[in-house]
Design a protein around this ligand. Sequence first.
Ligand code: GRF
Length: 195
Amino acid sequence: MFSEKIKVAVLISGRGSNLKALIEASKDSDFPAVISLVISNKQDAGGLKIATENNIKTLTIDHKLFKSRQDFDNEVTRAIAQNNCQIVCLAGFMRILSQSFVDRWRSRLINIHPSLLPAFKGADAVGDALKYGVKYSGCTVHYVEKEVDSGKIIAQAVVVVEDNDNKASLAARILESEHLIYPKALKQVCIDLKK
Ligand code: GRF
């Protein structure tokens, strides 16, 4: 049993299935973190509804309303800090973050990516893995560095690529694994922070 749960902010841009997995895991009294803020840069992100249904505070911070990436990132940092969140999980957040944001949240900023990094970085990881013809793919949770999809690996899961897989079928199986490893990785980050 953890004495006090660490508050976590989750940044999303879309559907929010990983957000949901984190929320569900955090309902366990033994889980060391609570999702207390969800920030989306898109007003129509499905994950916002998931958060609201779970009584979690949501904010939409539209990047298009800011003059620069830095201004947007500063506003996101302000919101996270104001809500006393100590860890930031990126879950399908489709914005590249500035060096100062990465530095501000160092060791507390993590991301999930649908490939076995360092293979297949980028926006079409599942498609690229299929095109390459790999027999195994999977997913990775890692600390965030300025370079996209790099940073120390926290957790990975392997998914076998079947001969008849297409992008949708492989992505769906990888997603199932994402939902298993993201909560485990967040738990590990919490434990490491308390050391
Ligand atoms: C996931 O595939 C994740 O690995 C990638 O973006 C997707 C987000 O899906 N970074 P969801 O919004 O969590 O359902």
